[in-house]
Design a protein around this ligand. Structure first.
Ligand code: BEZ
Length: 304
């Protein structure tokens, strides 16, 4: 059995259709059908129910699919990591969600560069969902994001739980008050959430915050990205709930107030490929923990 058999079968099983699978694999349909037939002959069992439309897997087919997918993920990881090990120059490609740029990300990168000038660090802005795909394809080596993806080929290290704050126009009735705002006081305000796509996103984290508290905002407006949400808040079009680090943006017409509810936190994850134990990433983690210690920020501690 060759890797090719696994790739072809997984494409057919996921697309539930030979024509679409052949398109996805950029091959013609007859050789694809032959390869899947050959795989069934090698295994001596049927993987696809004869004549089923849309295509259905047999019990053996479902078992084979569940085990073939992680194997293919491992092969892809192995490719990306071997290329990384074989490179003479040392590099880190890091993906980050926009909000981290206004908080500790610049400190982290600066301090890492000072300590490790021989390593080239390149930054790429992308959502957490985009980071997962980029990690798997080897386009980035680490992702700083906020969502907990369940992808088995990606390892997530929870760095810390960052408090969320509410962003308001300075003339807003809640802008001048003292102490934390409660979520229940925000439900009648137009709520600006971002990013609109891809989902799930930070927008869903904010909406879950309300639903976990048995609350439902009257009017939710989805916008493309954080900067648009802040611009609309400044224009008095609504309020937005953002991680505390966004306060570093210092928007002229936006004020921030803490949120009192006990679930109003957004996690920050350090995501990497499951098998990756490279010293560059270990050093990066150490720099992050050192900065947390300097700022006295509560955090989790894990090593690679
Ligand atoms: C943080 O704010 O904790 C953070 C930001 C960017 C990368 C890693 C951590």
């Amino acid at each position: 059995m060759e890797l090719r058999h696994l790739r072809y079968f997984v494409a057919v099983a996921e697309e539930r259709n030979f024509t679409r699978a052949a398109e996805r694999l950029h091959i013609a349909q007859p050789p694809l059908s032959r390869q899947v037939q050959q795989l069934e002959e090698i295994l001596g069992v049927a993987l696809i129910e004869k004549g089923s439309r849309p295509l259905r897997l047999t019990e053996a087919g479902q078992f084979f699919l569940a085990h073939a997918k992680p194997l293919l993920d491992q092969v892809r990881d192995l490719k990306a990591m071997t290329r990384r090990v074989g490179k003479l120059e040392r590099t880190i490609n890091a993906g980050f969600v926009a909000s981290t740029l206004y908080g500790l990300l610049p400190d982290i990168i600066r301090r890492y560069r000072e300590a490790h000038p021989e390593v080239e660090v390149t930054l790429h802005e992308m959502t957490t969902v985009e980071q997962m795909q980029a990690l798997k394809e080897g386009r980035i080596d680490v992702g700083f994001g906020r969502l907990k993806s369940e992808d088995p080929s990606i390892r997530r290290i929870l760095l810390r739980q960052e408090p969320m704050v509410v962003a308001l126009f300075p003339g807003h009735r809640l802008a001048a008050g003292e102490g934390p705002v409660r979520l229940v006081d925000l439900v009648h305000e137009p709520l600006l959430v971002y990013p609109r796509t891809p989902r799930p996103s930070f927008a869903d984290q904010v909406l879950a915050l309300f639903s976990d508290a048995n609350l439902r905002p009257d009017h939710v407006v989805e916008v493309r990205e954080l900067q648009i949400a802040m611009g609309l808040v400044a224009a008095g079009q609504g309020i937005s709930i953002v991680p505390a680090s966004v306060q570093g943006m210092h928007h002229r017409n936006v004020v921030y107030r803490p949120i009192g509810d006990k679930h109003a936190f957004s996690p920050i994850f350090f995501s990497l490929r499951h098998l990756d134990r490279s010293p560059e990433l270990e050093d990066m983690l150490e720099v992050i923990y050192a900065i947390y210690d300097d700022y006295g920020l509560p955090h989790n501690r894990e090593s690679l």
